[in-house]
Design a protein around this ligand. Structure first.
Ligand code: 13P
Ligand code: SF4
Length: 309
């Protein structure tokens, strides 16, 4: 059954002149069919180079919106429209406007995990891979930063600017599952392991990290590191990808229940139906898309020039 679906998807992809993009947290069955897999920054960058007419995007809503706003003349599909990142829904447009009124001299830096309507209010976007670089490259000394409070904390540790988290409760329910005790237990069992932590984790977990990385930066670190074993504090799909890419190294999930239910909504059947019926089209109103695109492209320009953390 799975083999037949895979064959059908490959056939449809050619017929539709489509490309499949997938986030690192996607199910293995999707990753193995994808033309490109990456973190939010990789996927945004890659979206600027798409030649195909149709993009089937296996990721959550804000990521598919990024692909859509960067490709206004192409059809961007999301196999399951319920793949919605709860964190992205935590920051609404009016909250950003209100914060601007309260801090008129501040720049607004929004994590790419925001919906297009809100993102259109940003001066610039960032991802987990470049948040510090983006903030430190700006002229303003005050930065309204949202929606992830833990990422805001991470940036504050690396910047002399005043970071104002917006909202003051923004979080990812998956990364908030990790506790310091989870990491300490694994470190006790595997004292030789490097600890790779996503910056959406709580500060107490970040403090125990050997390296704090976006998902794709974990791949880079795992390759460059002399270590043979790694404790991974992010969504479980990343552990699967690391194991696949580096079969000679060992990857231990800090918590094997850290599953993003929204990312896992896509499967082979839905991807097949999406390409077959050209559904569900990701639509961003043109005026919103133009403003959100500007903030996203500004990030891509700055990020290209910046050096690593
Ligand atoms: P990355 O950009 O690091 O892949 O993070 C995306 C995300 O949603 C993390 O939960
Ligand atoms: Fe959103 Fe968290 Fe899922 Fe990432 S892991 S898509 S931030 S809910």
């Amino acid at each position: 059954m799975a083999d037949r679906l895979r064959e059908e998807i490959i056939k449809l992809k050619a017929e539709r002149e489509a490309i499949i993009l997938a986030h690192n947290y996607q199910r293995e069955e999707i990753q193995l069919l994808a033309d490109y897999i990456g973190d939010s920054l990789d996927l945004a960058r890659y979206s600027t180079k798409v030649k195909e007419k149709v993009v089937a995007f296996a990721g959550v809503d804000f990521m598919a919106q990024t692909a859509a706003m960067l490709n206004p003349d192409k059809t961007v599909l999301i196999p399951d429209p319920m793949a919605r990142c709860p964190m992205a829904a935590q920051l609404r447009l009016e909250m950003v406007r209100e914060a601007r009124r309260r801090h008129p001299g501040a720049a607004v830096v929004l994590y790419i995990n925001t919906l297009a309507e809100t993102r259109a209010e940003a001066d610039i976007v960032c991802t987990s891979a470049n948040a510090t670089q983006i903030v430190n490259a700006l002229e303003e000394d005050e930065i309204i930063f949202g929606p992830d409070k833990n990422l805001a904390w991470y940036v504050q540790q690396r910047s002399d600017k005043r970071i104002i988290p917006l909202p003051d409760f923004g979080y990812c329910y998956v990364h908030r599952m990790f506790t310091a005790a989870d990491i300490l237990l694994k470190k006790e069992k595997y004292p030789d392991a490097e600890v790779l932590v996503h910056p959406e984790c709580d500060p107490e977990v970040q403090r125990l990290a050997s390296h704090i990385c976006s998902t794709s930066q974990m791949l880079v670190r795992a390759k460059a590191s002399p270590a043979k074993r790694f404790i991974i504090a992010t969504e479980i799909g990343m552990v699967e990808r690391l194991r696949r890419e580096f079969p000679d190294k060992e990857f231990v999930p800090a918590l094997d229940t850290a599953v993003c239910q929204q990312m896992k909504k896509h499967d082979l059947q839905k991807l097949y139906e999406s390409l077959r019926d050209l559904k569900h089209v990701v639509k961003v109103p043109p005026d919103v898309a133009a403003r959100a695109r500007r903030a996203t492209e500004r990030m891509l320009e700055l990020s290209g020039r910046a050096t690593g953390d």
